[in-house]
Ligand binder design. Structure first.
Ligand SMILES: *[C@@H]1O[C@H](CO)[C@@H](O)[C@H](O)[C@H]1NC(C)=O
Ligand SMILES: *[C@@H]1O[C@H](CO)[C@@H](O)[C@H](O)[C@H]1NC(C)=O
Ligand SMILES: *[C@@H]1O[C@H](CO)[C@@H](O)[C@H](O)[C@H]1NC(C)=O
Ligand SMILES: *[C@@H]1O[C@H](CO)[C@@H](O)[C@H](O)[C@H]1NC(C)=O
Ligand SMILES: *[C@@H]1O[C@H](CO)[C@@H](O)[C@H](O)[C@H]1NC(C)=O
Length: 406
């Protein structure tokens, strides 16, 4: 997370065009129509379809999404409703593969009395845990005010229509990105076996200005000790913003993070928050793995990476990584081999902490969720929350390169 950006999450905006351009393309001939869509065949591709436009004077950023087992997509992001005293996460639902969206609920902080203002996370349980059945939707985020940061877990037994508090995972001090302060940030859900992991950024350890760590639970209520995932021996370094993807063909796990000021203080591309990643056999054991800079196309990303994996085009499939500042995505078809990253143009807008998602039913479909840029100001034109649906195969084939000229 960038310095000074805290609580800036509640303020927005500035990209010139408030009206996101939405373009639909007919399905390419090589794809059969996906099932379960009745008489509304899904659109194979679309670019920057609006989900929600925050009112003038507010900023919406840091999107997150989950595709439920029935194909419904839920999405949310950080935003402060100017009409309410405390912030909440607005939950949007799409029943047609991201083409149209309905605001179905608000995830509110029901225990701290301070709101849910930043850094949401969503997950659907694919196994029963702690009395919650398979199919329960989990949500987290940072419930924070001037005095504390709190990573809390909520559950929905009705696909995101209502929410109940489950437990607090961790608490930290007031938001402050200066080393020496003790807040926590940026939760991410990732289970392994029958155990849930909540990964987050942690400034509480006196040995590390900020580190990445996780806690595990087998009942969603009791959370085990803090286990480091990325903790630099150099106190100054601030690894941040965990996301994780699985490569099932080799059963490896990939952990992407930003790593300022970067190992050894070297910065080949002049960006403040270079992207690094680790590969491990088990997502709870990243502490044993080495970090590698993600370099491709004579550059690296800057800040807030998001990593996903698609089985397309076969072989070991494709790792796909987003960052905060570039419109392009980075792809790697070789299990993260460091010399095999490629920088690819695509039409989804650049945004702070953009979220990626590979469709569960159609692994060629890649969703890119974009909100405001980090530096967007709240007094600019509102920046809409938008979603783009791409073909991974076309991304790899360079089909989207023409967007570079637009
Ligand atoms: C979310 O909360 C706002 C502010 O209280 C309210 O106006 C809106 O109707 C709520 N939306 C839903 C779907 O609950
Ligand atoms: C939060 O703390 C800052 C720094 O101490 C202070 O300037 C600000 O007024 C406080 N805000 C609230 C809402 O208490
Ligand atoms: C932020 O943390 C640093 C380091 O502990 C401290 O010096 C500074 O006063 C804190 N700032 C605020 C506004 O609390
Ligand atoms: C720790 O990182 C800082 C920032 O990059 C650098 O200035 C310092 O030299 C590093 N310390 C060591 C012991 O490498
Ligand atoms: C997948 O990657 C592993 C590890 O690099 C390699 O041994 C294997 O040959 C690859 N499989 C395919 C189908 O490319």
């Amino acid at each position: 997370m960038h310095l000074l950006q805290w609580l800036a999450v509640t303020v927005p905006v500035g990209l010139a065009s408030a009206s996101a351009s939405a373009e639909a393309h007919p399905p390419p001939p090589h794809r059969p129509p996906p099932p379960h869509h009745g008489h509304h065949p899904p659109h194979a591709e679309f670019f920057n379809r609006p989900i929600f436009t925050p009112p003038q004077g507010t900023k919406a950023s840091y999107p997150r999404a989950v595709e439920l087992s029935d194909g419904t997509i839920l999405a949310t992001l950080s935003w402060s409703d100017p009409n309410t005293k405390l912030p909440y996460f607005p939950i949007f639902q799409s029943k047609d593969d991201g083409w149209t969206w309905e605001h179905i609920s608000n995830l509110t902080d029901d225990v701290n009395g301070i709101g849910f203002g930043a850094q949401p996370a969503l997950y659907e349980l694919d196994f029963a845990l702690g009395g919650y059945p398979e199919g329960t939707v989990l949500a987290s985020g940072n419930s924070a005010d001037n005095f504390s940061t709190n990573i809390d877990v909520y559950a929905s037994l009705n696909k995101g229509r209502t929410w109940e508090f489950v437990s607090n995972v961790a608490r930290g001090g007031r938001p402050n990105t200066t080393n020496g302060a003790d807040p926590i940030w940026e939760p991410f859900f990732l289970p392994y076996g029958d155990t849930m992991g909540v990964f987050y950024s942690d400034q509480r350890d006196p040995l590390h200005g900020q580190k990445l760590a996780h806690q595990e639970s087998t009942d969603l209520r009791n959370w085990g000790p803090v286990v480091n995932d990325v903790a630099s021996l150099n106190y100054t370094n601030r690894p941040g913003m965990t996301t994780i993807a699985h490569i099932p063909t080799v059963d490896k796990w990939v952990f992407a993070y930003e790593f300022p000021p970067a190992a050894g203080g070297i910065n080949w591309f002049g960006n403040e928050y270079p992207i690094y990643y680790k590969v491990a056999n088990n997502p709870f054991d990243f502490r044993y793995a080495d970090g590698t800079p993600l370099v491709g196309g004579e550059s690296t990303g800057n800040g807030s990476p998001y990593v996903v994996w698609s089985p397309v085009p076969g072989g070991n499939g494709t790792l796909i990584v987003s960052d905060a500042d570039n419109q392009e995505l980075w792809t790697n078809e070789f299990v993260g081999r460091p010399d095999k990253w490629e920088k690819r143009w695509q039409p989804g807008k650049p945004a702070y902490s953009r979220a990626l998602h590979v469709s569960r039913r159609d692994p060629d479909a890649l969703f890119v969720f974009s909100g405001a840029m980090f530096d967007d100001e709240e007094d600019g034109p509102p920046v809409p929350f938008v979603v783009t649906k791409l073909s991974v195969r076309k991304l790899l084939d360079g089909w989207y390169d023409f967007f570079e000229d637009q």
